[in-house]
Ligand binder design. Structure first.
Ligand code: GDP
Ligand code: MG
Length: 370
């Protein structure tokens, strides 16, 4: 508040009113009563006399929060599935992603020049679309899960037909299960003479994967990232699983998403954001962690400027005041004030958190010394 009454100030400082009035006179105030009004500045000086370190409050700080989940998701428009490819090293993750990326319409429309922005969308016939994350490996998946991000809808588990199930295959399985994300197995490298598809299937079954051939519901698709064999089947499997999952999201309202990657490029601070709810537009304000952006430019993975990014769309966003971190949740703010306000709130909170953990640390050290 900019003004405060003497009685309220006395209360705030914990001094009895008659004592407070006498002490104010001692400090040089004249004709002071309990109803006298002081400016915030004067009150701050008085408070200092009482050993307080007042801070000026510039108004209430409020954080931004994601919207509550939709009451009836079944009435919302469908959204593209978000797919992560996992598997043992050298089993063909990069090769498969490269093949899929090249098959995307966006790539062929723009001379096949695509940037790596951590994700890309493959547009299929009949207006269907699949979004693939290509943030490297399991680490990104895990770090996002740790922050509560439920970014991935489907995991493609790649198993090389000439190498079968290996330690990182099992690790990937564990992650997918822990995240309750359904999998599709892509048995890769079937073009090779050494391919042993039946062995892969029985090894999968041994590891608790309930594949269709054994009466379960986990699809297995035979593919080759080298020849392209089976790649269309893989896309169809993804679409049929996403129909079962019935993925839907609001296209309106305050947008939400996640930062997949961020870096400083020649064009400025850039972050790839995967939109999960709502639609982002140029000029919108968004907050991620303790930083915000006014969206100056939105680019597709093909480097094409976009006006809109609906749910399931990965976009590279420019306009950040600082660089956000991969794994940060993105929330749209209604205006610049609300964006700044949320950031101030979060910074204060983390400073306070740091102060508390510092005190705890000192306390621990003190105890250790004793
Ligand atoms: P990652 O470590 O899982 O990303 O595996 P890569 O995509 O880097 O592939 C590892 C090696 O396997 C590379 O030499 C690829 O060329 C090769 N490779 C990947 N997919 C296939 C395939 O379908 N057939 C054959 N013959 N080789 C493949
Ligand atoms: Mg790779």
């Amino acid at each position: 508040p900019e003004y405060i009454s003497v009685s309220n100030l006395g209360d705030a400082l914990g001094v009895k009113l008659n004592v407070f009035l006498r002490q104010l006179e001692d400090l040089g105030f004249e004709d002071i009563t309990e109803e006298s009004i002081m400016t915030g500045e004067t009150a701050a000086l008085v408070a200092q006399e009482y050993g307080f370190e007042p801070t000026v409050d510039s108004g209430e700080k409020v954080d931004l929060k994601p919207r509550p989940p939709p009451e009836d998701p079944s009435v919302l428009p469908p959204r593209p599935p978000v797919v992560t490819i996992m598997g043992h090293v050298d089993h063909g993750k990069t090769t498969l992603l490269d093949y899929l990326r090249k098959s995307s319409v966006a790539a062929s429309e723009h001379g096949g020049i695509t940037q790596h922005i951590g994700a890309f969308s493959v547009k299929l016939s009949a207006g269907k679309q699949i979004t693939f994350l290509d943030t490297p490996g399991h680490a990104a998946f895990l770090s996002m899960r740790q922050r509560g991000a439920n970014v991935t809808d489907i995991v493609i588990l790649v198993v090389a037909a000439d190498d079968s199930v290996k330690p990182q295959t099992i690790e990937a399985l564990k992650h997918a299960r822990a995240a309750k994300v359904p999998i599709i197995v892509a048995i890769n490298k079937v073009d090779k003479e050494e391919a042993r598809v039946d062995l892969v299937k029985s090894d999968l079954a041994k590891n608790g994967v309930e594949i269709e051939d054994y009466g379960g519901d986990v699809q297995t698709v035979l593919v080759s990232g080298r020849t392209g064999q089976g790649m269309q089947d893989l896309e169809e499997s993804i679409l049929s699983l996403s129909e079962v999952l019935d993925l839907r999201a609001e296209e309106d309202g305050m947008a939400e998403g996640w930062v997949l990657e961020s870096s400083v490029k020649s064009i400025g601070r850039a972050a790839t954001v995967l939109v999960k709810r709502g639609t982002l537009r140029r000029g919108d304000y968004i907050v991620a962690g303790e930083v915000f952006a006014k969206i100056r430019v939105m680019l597709s993975e093909g480097g094409v400027e976009l006006e809109e990014a609906p749910p399931g769309t990965p976009v590279e966003i420019l306009g950040w005041r600082d660089l956000p971190d991969a794994g940060d949740q993105v929330l749209q703010a209604p205006d610049e004030d609300k964006a700044k306000n949320a950031i101030d709130y979060r910074r204060e909170l983390s400073e306070r958190g740091e102060a508390v953990s510092q005190m705890a640390q000192q306390e621990l050290e003190r105890r250790e010394r004793e």
